[in-house]
Design a protein around this ligand. Structure first.
Ligand code: MOS
Length: 741
């Protein structure tokens, strides 16, 4: 810590801690307005069909019903974060071409607004919808075939996105390769399962703005999408977030925002909705299932010389963030390694499944699962230590990545891996190199233990040329000394503690204790655009904006302005998209680096896996609030553990068979590691505020391959598919003659 830092680097108590512990903090569903009505949504009954007619007469006649809204009531019946390919409400009568087709069960068809929630729920079932079924395609491989049903006119063969990498000369690479390993890796859906399902209120505020109180990740983008669909200027729309019960990428896309605004605008009274858990699981997107074929080659000395990969990602029925998620997977599928010759083809493919989209890691976990399993297989084939092999190949400052350019300066993969390995207690480093320490096996012969390692990298910030901005205002009040500081910064605190970090950074930049700082955020009426609370970007982006605004405000303060108020827009260094032929790009301006070590026990009779201990090593650049970082690490490890071994969303012909937390199992206190150790390293990012890098997604990324590595260590078996549910594990064990009764 440098001498002048006095607030950052400290575990300041979260601003929201007391309110959340006592239950006083309102989440969207807790807020009520005078005279409010209730809304229910009729979701599509079919997976793929054309709606020929909607009869709302019975619903309208139902006691308590105030309004029934369908496609014909939506001014501009389309939305989408990147591509506006989804109708707000599916059905006939709107100007949007193709809006009469439902393409998945998440599609919304009609809204009922009534005096009570019960009346709305009863009436919504009385709407009579006539469908003409269309053929369903629920598998991306089939969807790419010529004769498959076509879902969108802009995507021939349902291919939404195809990226390439053509780096070096891959045939020459294979000629040099002395050892080659291959695999076909498969990953499943994952549900965000955040605390409060989608909920909120729409109303007309005191200035006549159509206003929505909701949980999201980016107030200004929500506002833009609402304004587009309602055909209103953005200034006539307002978005406010109260407390947000987790988001993890699941609140990046619209759920109840537009329909709440539409309903409030139509009826002129406050309208409230709370989704059930089932509605939430059906109604919002999931993590992309991917199939990744990979073939890697190395010399006998363990230098990677060639890699090939094909990624097929199931995008589901609408684009959401698929092009961006696929972009990350495409970048990360060759691992954080220097590979001089590489050929990658990545596809995001429309199907009639629920849309896939953002989820913590954003394509990174799937790619890392393939890349790190490949690395584990190579180490075995070469008879080399897992850490040693990785250290021989990791990208360093100046190394050329498979996209033909170096990572931005400050690449610390080698240190993160080496320090993590030492602090994990599973490795030692001697003059002979890296060596695994022996592991104590359980006395019960049906149980076996192993240790695995995996590493990864994750971009901080939007990628591939997307504009990056963050606005902050700092206001200094007082006469002779600064008595009060007000910061306006819209960045969403989705539960990660961002607001506490913002206040710490403002206090540090102005030079006052945190108690003097007040934050105004989460409201488009009072803040500038800060971009999304996603891509591990908020500390980095908001920190730079707050720092800039504080410097300008302090200058005004010194010039005797009272109050001294300054606004600053931080713009991150520019990035570039993939070249369509070669994939050459400067995709990102900053990264965070991670290495994880997992100790795992498997019951060879039942296939049950216990993740006993996880050590997660990170370069965070600068720990603004160390306890918040530990919270992120521990939370991500639990979430990634669920992804790797438990969470099994079962779909059939586009329908989700287990849309309940009683059948879609997520980790509880019984399932989490006995110990999760955070190793927090601080190698400053030259562009980060006080050197900080992002770190929110990084601890999610390598856990699954660390676990499969540990399973291989325990059993000698390669597991190429997650989730590692017991029946899948047992099947592989029995194949190898293990655990036969
Ligand atoms: Mo996040 S998955 O970048 O919202």
């Amino acid at each position: 810590m440098s001498a002048q830092e006095f607030v950052i680097g400290q575990t300041v108590r979260r601003l929201d801690a007391v309110g959340k512990v006592t239950g006083e903090t309102p989440f969207p569903g807790d807020i009520n307005l005078e005279g409010q009505l209730w809304m229910k949504i009729r979701f599509s009954d079919r997976v793929h069909a054309r709606i020929t007619s909607i009869d709302t007469s019975k619903a309208e006649a139902h006691p308590g019903v105030v309004a029934v809204l369908t496609a014909k009531d939506v001014p501009v019946n389309e939305y989408g974060l990147g591509i506006p390919d989804q109708p707000v409400l599916c059905g006939p009568g709107s100007t949007k071409e193709g809006a009469d087709i439902v393409r998945c069960i998440s599609d919304q068809v009609a809204l009922v607004v009534a005096d009570t929630e019960e009346a709305a729920a009863e009436a919504v079932r009385l709407i009579e919808i006539t469908y003409e079924d269309l053929p369903i395609v629920d598998d991306p491989h089939q969807a790419m075939q010529e004769d498959a049903p076509q879902l969108h006119p802009h995507a021939p063969n349902n291919i939404l996105t195809h990226y390439r990498i053509r780096h070096g000369d891959v045939e020459a690479g294979w000629a040099q390769a002395e050892v080659i390993v291959e695999g076909e890796y498969r990953t499943g859906f994952q549900e965000h399962a955040y605390l409060q399902p989608e909920a909120g209120l729409g109303y007309i505020d005191e200035e006549g703005r159509v206003t929505v109180i909701v949980a999201g990740q980016w107030v200004h983008k929500d506002r833009q999408q609402i304004a587009h669909a309602l055909d209103l200027p953005e200034e006539r729309v307002r978005v406010i977030y109260p407390a947000i019960g987790g988001a993890f990428g699941g609140r990046e896309d619209m759920s109840v925002q537009i329909v709440l605004a539409l309903a409030a605008m139509k009826v002129g009274r406050p309208v409230k909705i709370i989704w059930s858990r089932e509605e939430s699981i059906i109604g919002h997107h999931k993590r992309h299932p991917m199939t990744i074929r990979a073939k890697w080659g190395a010399t006998r000395e363990g230098k990677l010389v060639a890699a090939e990969a094909v990624i097929i990602a199931d995008a589901g029925a609408y684009a959401y963030t698929s092009p961006k998620v696929l972009g990350n997977a495409h970048l990360m599928v060759c691992g954080p390694y220097e590979i001089p010759n590489a050929k990658v083809d990545s596809y995001a493919v429309y199907t009639n499944n629920v849309p896939s989209g953002a989820f913590r890691g954003f394509g990174g976990p799937q790619a890392c699962f393939a890349a790190e399993n490949q690395m584990n297989k190579l180490a075995e084939a070469l008879g080399m230590d897992l850490v040693e092999l990785r250290l021989k190949n990791v990208l360093r400052d100046g190394s050329i990545a498979v996209v033909g350019t170096p990572l931005p300066p400050g690449v610390t993969l080698d240190r993160v891996l080496a320090e993590g390995a030492l602090q994990s207690g599973y490795w030692e480093h001697t003059e002979d190199g890296w060596r695994r320490l022996p592991l104590q096996q359980p006395t019960d012969p049906t149980r076996r233990r192993g240790v695995g390692v995996a590493m990864g990298f994750k971009n901080v910030g939007f990628s591939f040329g997307a504009p990056e901005e963050n606005w902050a205002t700092v206001e200094l009040y007082g006469e002779t000394e600064i008595e009060r500081v007000v910061v306006r910064e819209a960045g969403a605190d989705v539960g990660q503690g961002a607001h506490t970090a913002f206040v710490q950074m403002a206090a540090e930049a102005v030079g006052v204790p945190v108690e003097k700082v007040e934050l105004i955020g989460h409201d488009t009426a009072h803040t500038g655009n800060s971009g999304s609370a996603s891509a591990s970007r908020m500390t980095f982006m908001a920190g730079n904006a707050i720092k800039g605004a504080a410097q300008l405000a302090l200058e005004k303060w010194r010039n005797e302005e009272r109050p001294a108020i300054a606004t600053y827009q931080y713009r991150a260094p520019r990035t570039t998209p993939y070249d369509p032929e070669t994939g050459r790009a400067e995709p990102n301006f900053a990264y965070g680096y991670v290495a994880q070590f997992a100790e795992v026990e498997v019951d060879v009779e039942t296939g049950q896996i216990e993740v006993v201990r996880v050590v997660s090593a990170h370069d965070v650049g600068k720990a603004i609030n160390p306890q918040l970082i530990e919270g992120q690490v521990e939370g991500a490890v639990v979430q990634a553990l669920g992804y790797a071994i438990m969470e099994n969303l079962v779909t059939e012909q586009g329908r989700i068979l287990n849309p309940y937390l009683s059948t879609y199992l997520i980790p509880t206190v019984w399932d989490i590691p006995k110990e999760t150790k955070s190793v927090i390293l601080e190698y400053a990012d030259p562009r980060g505020p006080w050197g900080a890098r992002g770190m929110a997604e990084m601890p999610f990324i390598p856990l699954a391959p660390a676990i499969t590595g540990a399973l291989h260590d325990a059993t000698g078996i390669w597991f190429e598919q997650i989730p590692l549910i017991p029946e899948r594990v047992v099947f592989k064990l029995r194949e190898k003659g293990l655990g036969v009764i």
